[in-house]
Structures are given as C-alpha cells and as structure tokens.
Write a new protein. Structure first.
Length: 363
C-alpha cells in the first residue's frame, strides 16, 4: 500500500536528490564567472554569501562548512577578483556561514528523528492493515488502499481476505470518520473478522460478531463515541462450490464483472455495523453462482462519492468495463482514472478489492 500525494523524499528525511547537492557548486561557479565577465564597478560576487545557507539544505554540517570556507576564501583574496571586501564584510559572511553550519547540523538531526518515527509508524500501520496476497486459497486477490490523511497508510477504510475451515472470506468496510482517529476501530474490526473466519460457520454470524465488537467499543468509550458505526460487505467462497455468498451491512454494492458487462450484486441490505444486529435484524446471505472469468469488485464510498470540478460523482460502474483490460490491473486502473477524474485524488479514504476464482467450471 502506497500513499498518494506523498511529499518529495528529501522533505521526509530521505537523502536529497542529486540536483540539490550539485546546485551550490554550480551557483558558485556561475557567480564567479559572472563577476569576472562584468565591469569592476559591478559587484556580483557578494551573492556568494548565499551559497552556505543553500548548501545547508542538502549537506550536513561538515559539507556546509566546506562551502562556507570556500566562499570566505573567494571573497577574502583580492587577487582572485571576485569581490572587493573589507573586514566587516568578511565578518558578516563568516557569521552567515557559521549559522548555516548550525542549521545543517540541526536539519540532519531532525531528519534522523523523522526517519525513525516514520519507520515505526509505517510498521505499526502495516501491522494493522497488511497488503493482501496475490492469492488466498483458490481466490485471486488484488487490493488497493489510499488514505485521505497525509502521512498515513491507514485511515477509516479496511479490507482483508482470509482462509478458514468454512472457505475463503473477505471483508471491505468503512468506519465512521477517517484518518488516524479511525485506525483503532479499523484494528478492532479486523481482529474480530479474523477470529470469526475461524469460529463462525455462517457468514451472517461474522457480521453479528463485528457488530458486537463495535457496540462493546462504543460502550467502553463512554460519551466520546456515542454513534460508532461502520458499513461493511462480507464475501464467502465456500470450498468445492462455484458460488459466492454476500452479506451487506449498509455498504455500497459489489460489482460483478462478467464478460464485457458490469452489474451490481443484488444483496438484501442490512443495517450498518454498530447498531445491534441480532435476531430478525441479522442480514441474510445472498448466493451468487460464479462463471469462468468472473471478477468481483468491492469498494468503499470514497470511490463512488468522489466528485470532479463540476460536482459530478465518479461513474464507477460505467468506467469499469473500459478499465478492466488495463495491464496494470483493475484496482490500479480504477485509482488512476479516479485521480484524473478528481484532479489529484478524492478527499476521502479509498479501498478497492478485486476477487476472482479462475478456471471454475460453469455451474
């Protein structure tokens, strides 16, 4: 899972690009040439005093000190013809160089701390929502996740695919809110889902377990989370059968790609998770026969509720047939098309999960 709209690497603690390291030396040479080619009454060389602060953004303290020393040498030797400096001028340039060295030292320390924090944060977030494998049992998978909040890998959407004694099961969900505030709820739901894959024989019972998890968290949170809820769709591929079972809990419908056509999987809608699913309110499972080559696309409302500059919603079901043959894969093709449609990407979390059982015979 990669983040979208990421800052350049050199602003996130990574080594600066090559052009940033070459720029101070190139600027120094150009300023010296400019001074030698201009009349003596035109002072260009004093711009060399800006070289050490520029170098501080790409070099450490020692590298910046080298540039400051070279600048002092060029300005302090009259025979070089770079500038006609006095003692106070050199003292000012020396102070600027010293401050640049301090800035470079502080920046390097900050970069090292930033790298350490980001590494720990990314490891924690990937532990909550690891990328789905290419295949889980007989089911082929392709997932894509984009968090709306900058600097995060996980937001308020979730997906997972797990194999258990009752077949391969998948979940795609969208919890209340997004960003880091929703990560705890995402982790709780995924933990409950992974337990249910092993313990619950019926798919509606999996939904009921997730619902109880949200209810318990809402009660534990007191008045801070009075209306904690999530929408979700659950899918089950039972072993030895060419069908999929679907349970919808207030979630956007799954799309079925069959041949060159796209249709919505009609599943009886249940209420969102966190509203107390029990007894007659338990959402029923809908069975759908699968044909060879069928693909299922589950998504969150961050896709279908994304708007362009004119306020039009993204037409996912219309665009999918065009994007289905993209060599990059359906999930990545949808994301690229969505980013172009919204001019940079939607403002909500986005989760896409493509599932298929290749080579299954016709029922």
């Amino acid at each position: 899972m990669r983040r979208v709209r990421a800052e350049p690497g050199w602003l996130r603690g990574e080594p600066p690009p090559r052009w940033a390291r070459i720029a101070p030396a190139v600027a120094m040479v150009l300023l010296c040439l400019a001074q030698w080619l201009t009349p003596d009454d035109v002072e260009v060389g004093y711009f060399l005093a800006g070289i050490p602060p520029v170098a501080a953004f790409a070099y450490g303290a020692s590298g910046t000190a080298v540039f400051a020393t070279i600048v002092l040498f060029l300005l302090g030797v009259p025979q070089l013809g770079v500038a006609h400096t006095r003692g106070t001028d050199l003292a000012t340039v020396a102070v600027v160089g010293l401050l640049s060295v301090v800035i470079a030292w502080v920046r390097r320390r900050r970069d090292a701390q930033l790298v350490s924090v980001r590494t720990a944060a990314e490891a924690a977030q990937l532990a909550v929502l690891p990328p789905v494998p290419d295949a889980v049992g007989p089911v082929r998978c392709a997932g894509l996740y984009r968090a709306a909040q900058r600097g995060t890998l996980v937001g308020g959407d979730l997906y997972d695919v797990r194999a258990g004694p009752y077949g391969v099961r998948a979940v795609v969900g969208d919890v209340q809110g997004h960003g880091l505030a929703a990560v705890g709820t995402v982790a709780a739901l995924l933990g409950a889902f992974r337990e249910a894959v092993l313990d619950d024989a019926e798919l509606p019972a999996v939904a009921a377990r997730l619902d109880r998890r949200l209810l318990a968290d809402a009660e534990a949170g007191g008045v801070e989370h009075p209306e904690l809820f999530a929408t979700a769709v659950l899918l089950e591929f039972p072993p030895g059968r060419d069908l999929v079972r679907v349970v919808s809990c207030g979630h956007p419908p799954v799309l079925l790609l069959r041949g060159h056509g796209v249709s919505e999987v009609v599943a009886e809608p249940g209420p969102p998770l966190g509203l107390g699913l029990s007894g007659p309110d338990l959402p029923p499972a809908t069975e759908l026969p699968l044909l060879p080559g069928d693909r299922l696309l589950a998504h969150t409302d961050g896709v279908t509720e994304a708007r362009d500059a004119a306020g039009h919603f993204y037409p996912l079901s219309v665009r999918v047939p065009v994007l289905a043959t993209d060599p990059a894969g359906l999930a990545m093709a949808v994301w690229r098309d969505l980013a172009a449609f919204t001019d940079g990407g939607p403002r909500d979390d986005v989760a896409l999960l493509v599932l298929s059982v290749p080579g299954s015979p016709a029922p």
